[in-house]
Design a protein around this ligand. Structure first.
Ligand code: IPD
Ligand code: CA
Ligand code: CA
Length: 260
């Protein structure tokens, strides 16, 4: 049995309501690493989402941020980020989302990213376009780097000698772009590109659950979304991502690869 977009949207809304109720309230914060946080609210949101998925689809595989991989290699695969933007959330900054995606035999079928503070629901079904609160969305037509307002992020492994940190790419992009933002939610970064609030996004060292829903939304809106080497297989860790309208995407790849 397959889920429906309405079902996934309802679940993202339920999880988002938990996050909204807890925002700027007292909640426990734990460290997964020196700068990598998880809050009590990440866990409560994830508990709700896993309960919904497992009750309805007990045999489906799930890859979720706080519980890891469940049910192995089933053809039906869920990607769950119960709170994308945890550092913002912990600081009371209202930029975060719930990100939920479903894939069948490796193909992304449904993706929902819900921002509960602004009540903005980004949703996509493969082959049927992407929407914000039910209205079709599309990326900008910007085709010069100098006109592009870009967004990026930096990994929690920053400073690790063996991990890419994005600090090499950042100055090259900064010298060419109109501006660069760091908003703190990869899922929303992708949705803002899909909708045309921002022109382009790139990042390194992500996980499939950061990207899955946002990538489907971006592609269904009309954006190109690939790894930094141009490969379209973006859900194999360690994940990298470049997303923009196809012309700006090609220019961003040139800058990232050092050819421009
Ligand atoms: C993080 C956010 C952030 C990105 C990090 C992610 P989290 O996810 O998406 O924007 O730069 O790499 O890990 O920890 O808030 O779910
Ligand atoms: Ca995340
Ligand atoms: Ca998270």
């Amino acid at each position: 049995m397959e889920p429906t977009l309405n079902q996934i949207t309802d679940w993202a809304h339920e999880a988002g309501a938990i996050l909204r109720a807890g925002f700027r309230q007292k909640f426990a914060i734990f460290h997964k690493g020196p700068i990598d946080l998880v809050t009590e609210m990440d866990r409560r949101s994830e508990d709700l989402l896993l309960e919904r998925i497992r009750t309805t689809f007990p045999d489906h595989a799930i890859f979720s941020e706080e519980s890891g991989r469940l049910n192995g290699n089933h053809a039906s695969q869920w990607f769950v980020d119960p709170l994308d933007g945890t550092v913002n959330y912990a600081h009371g900054i209202p930029i975060f989302s719930v990100s939920l995606a479903y894939a069948f035999e490796g193909e992304l079928r449904f993706g929902v990213v819900y921002d509960p503070i602004h009540d903005e629901t980004y949703a996509a079904e493969v082959g049927r376009g992407a929407t914000l609160n039910g209205v079709a969305i599309h990326p900008t037509q910007v085709d010069r780097m100098v006109d592009g307002l870009l967004v990026t992020g930096f990994p929690y492994t920053l400073g690790h000698p063996d991990k890419p940190d994005n600090l090499d790419i950042f100055p090259r992009m900064a010298r060419r772009a109109q501006g660069i933002r760091r908003l703190g939610s990869a899922a929303l970064d992708l949705c803002y590109v899909a909708e045309g609030r921002l022109d382009g996004y790139w990042e390194v060292e992500l996980q499939p659950y950061d990207l899955a829903a946002g990538v489907l939304i971006a592609r269904e809106a009309g954006s190109a979304a690939t790894r930094l080497d141009g490969d379209t297989e973006v859900l194999t860790p360690p994940c990298t991502i470049v997303a923009a309208n196809p012309r700006l995407h090609a220019l961003m790849l040139e800058v990232i690869q050092g050819n421009s």
